[in-house]
Design a binder for this molecule. Structure first.
Ligand code: MG
Length: 341
């Protein structure tokens, strides 16, 4: 198998502010794997602030080690996943995910079937995705929410400033959309409880990552007292994190760029299920290529936050469509994604 890596520079339509920083561009990497004259594509979309330790430079440096572990049979996906995780034991989730996506795209093309069919999944069960409202002045967030809700009836509201309650109040007065709130680890446990009590009257469906990633005791403390369900995102990176979150949170947010791809995401989904947790599939800022890969798994989950491509000024790929937020999976072979430019 031959591997090619090309820079994929993406510009956001609007600056994307969360509690720990602001992002205006995504410096992603397009990974293409060729086998028997067929090319599969994947996208490495690391967290914009380098929170999980990856940047384009680290990905370029790590690629040769992972490339060596691919072997010559693209269908040996379980073996390849194990070899990739052995070659670079910790981290490099976004780069591993890009290779894994490209292999799922490639194998689907080689047998002429969409990825969801090879995974045995029913595309009619795909959930609706939320659309993210990034941090800004409360009145700006409310206006963006009002406009977005006409097409996406579930919104994810980023919080983590002194304006959190005003922002959610303003948004609630602008729309009756379903609201999910994501603090991106911004609060202390006690502060989280106070904020959640203040936010609950605005009909919020769930709270994502109220406290820092390492603070599982804090997460448990909040969950035991919170009137709203608590989901872990930053605290839940790889399959190994799932068992220790049982009893600590109500659900987990899985992202391919954290866990290393579709195979590891499958493990996490089924592990979470067995432990009685709910599952959300999320994304980093990426094009419709990485979004499609996650979307092919989405018939297995209740919650989706796969809006990365929707937030871009100019998405270079087309794949998943949205019907009032609901994910419509592409039925072309592999990931079913086409290049637009
Ligand atoms: Mg999150």
């Amino acid at each position: 198998m031959q591997v090619r890596a090309t820079p994929l520079d993406l510009e956001l339509a609007q600056p994307f502010r969360i509690s720990r920083g602001i992002q205006t561009h995504a410096r992603n990497l397009l990974i293409e794997i060729e086998h028997d004259g067929v090319v599969g594509a994947g996208e490495a979309a690391p967290d914009g602030g380098g929170y999980y330790g990856e940047k384009r430079e680290t990905m370029r440096a790590a690629l040769p080690y992972l490339e060596e572990a691919l072997g010559d049979d693209p269908f040996a996906l379980e073996d390849i996943t194990a070899r990739l995780d052995k070659a670079l034991h910790r981290g490099h989730g976004a780069l591993k995910a890009a290779l894994d996506m490209a292999l799922h795209d490639l194998t689907g093309k080689l047998v002429g079937q969409p990825a969801y069919r090879l995974l045995g999944l029913n595309p009619d069960r795909a959930p609706a995705s939320s659309y993210t409202i990034a941090i800004d002045a409360p009145e700006v967030m409310a206006e963006r929410a009002r406009v977005a809700a006409a097409r996406y009836p579930i919104l994810k509201i980023k919080v983590g400033t002194s304006d959190d309650v005003s922002a959610v109040r303003a948004i609630r007065s602008a729309t009756d959309a379903k609201l999910r709130v994501d603090a991106n680890a911004a609060w202390t446990p006690k502060e989280a409880l106070r904020r959640i009590e203040e936010l609950a009257p605005f009909d919020v469906e769930l709270i994502e990552q109220p406290v820092p990633a390492h603070d599982l005791d804090g997460l448990r403390f909040v969950r035991e007292r919170s009137p709203l369900p608590i989901f872990a995102d930053e605290s839940c990176v790889t399959p190994h994190d799932v068992p220790r979150l049982a009893g600590v949170v109500d659900g987990i947010n899985i992202k391919l760029a954290k866990c290393g791809g579709m195979r590891n995401a499958l493990v996490m989904i089924h592990t979470a299920r067995a432990l009685g947790m709910q599952v959300m599939l999320g994304c980093m800022i990426g094009s419709s290529l990485s979004i499609a890969a996650a979307a092919h798994l989405s018939p297995l989950v209740e919650y989706a936050d796969l809006d990365g491509g929707l937030l871009l000024a100019d998405d270079p790929f087309a794949g998943v469509a949205f019907d009032r937020g609901r994910l419509i999976l592409p039925s072309a072979p592999g990931l079913g994604v086409e290049r637009r430019r």
